[in-house]
Design a protein around this ligand. Structure first.
Ligand SMILES: Nc1ncnc2c1ncn2[C@@H]1O[C@H](COP(=O)(O)OP(=O)(O)OP(=O)(O)O)[C@@H](O)[C@H]1O
Length: 204
C-alpha cells in the first residue's frame, strides 16, 4: 500500500508572475509545513553539493531510460544538461508529511495531472502582459531575447490558465499582499495546514 501524505501544491504561471515571491513568503510563514522535491540533473556536482540532497546526480543515459519508463513529471534541458522532477522525489516529500511545493510550467502541469499525485493546482495570473514586462525588466535577470521569449510564452500560458477547470484557483497578483492572502486562505481551506502553524511575522 502506498503511503500517502498531503497533496502537493503546484504553483504555475508566466515567468515574472510572482511564483517565487509567493512561495518564499509561504515557506517563511509555515516553515514546517512545506518542502521541496530534490531534482535530478545530468550536470556534474559543484563543490559542496551532495547527491540526494541538492540534486540526484545522474547520467544522460539513465535519465533518458527513466523518462522512457515514465518516472518523471517534468524535464528540461539547459545549456546541454538535463534537469527534471521525478514522481518519486515528490512522493518522498509527501511521506515526510510535508506539502511538496512545485513551481512548474504548463507542460509539467499537464503531465502531473496524469499521475496519481493529486496536486492542488494554483495559477498565478499577472495583471497584464504590460505589467509582466515591467516587472521582468525591473528584475533584470534576462537579456532582451530571453525576455521577449518569456513574454511570448506568457500569452499562451495565460490562455491556458484561464480555461475553466485547468486549475483549482487563479490568483491575480496585482497587489502582492492581497495575492498572498488569497494563496494563504486557499491553503488553509484545502489542506491540514492551520493558522496555528504560522510563524508570527511583524511585517504583514
Ligand atoms: N504584486 C507585485 N507587484 C509588483 N512586483 C511584484 C509583484 N509580485 C512580484 N513582483 C516582482 O516581480 C518580479 C517577478 O517575480 P518572481 O521572480 O517571483 O516571478 P516568478 O513567477 O517566480 O518568475 P520565474 O518563473 O521567472 O522564476 C520580482 O522582481 C518580484 O519582486
Amino acid at each position: 500500500m502506498v503511503q500517502k501524505g498531503p497533496r502537493p501544491l503546484v504553483l504555475c504561471g508566466p515567468s515574472g508572475s510572482g511564483k517565487s515571491t509567493l512561495q518564499k513568503r509561504l515557506l517563511k510563514d509555515f516553515p514546517d509545513k512545506f518542502g521541496f522535491s530534490v531534482s535530478h540533473t545530468t550536470r556534474s556536482p559543484r563543490a559542496g553539493e551532495k547527491d540526494g540532497v541538492h540534486y540526484h546526480f545522474t547520467t544522460k543515459e539513465d535519465m533518458l531510460t527513466a523518462i522512457e519508463n515514465d518516472e518523471f513529471i517534468e524535464t528540461a534541458t539547459f545549456s546541454g544538461n538535463m534537469y527534471g522532477t521525478s514522481k518519486k522525489a515528490v512522493e518522498e516529500v509527501r511521506r515526510t508529511g510535508r506539502i511538496c511545493v512545485l513551481d512548474i510550467e504548463i507542460e509539467g502541469v499537464k503531465q502531473i495531472k496524469q499521475t496519481d499525485l493529486d496536486p492542488l493546482l494554483v495559477f498565478i495570473m499577472p495583471p497584464s502582459i504590460e505589467e509582466l514586462e515591467r516587472r521582468l525588466r525591473k528584475r533584470d535577470t534576462e537579456d532582451e531575447e530571453a525576455l521577449q521569449k518569456r513574454l511570448e510564452t506568457a500569452r499562451c500560458e495565460i490562455e491556458y490558465g484561464n480555461v475553466p477547470g485547468n486549475f483549482h484557483i487563479i490568483i491575480l497578483n496585482d497587489r502582492l499582499n492581497k495575492a498572498y492572502e488569497e494563496l494563504r486562505e486557499f491553503i488553509l481551506q484545502n489542506t491540514d495546514v492551520a493558522e496555528g502553524d504560522e510563524v508570527a511575522t511583524k511585517d504583514k
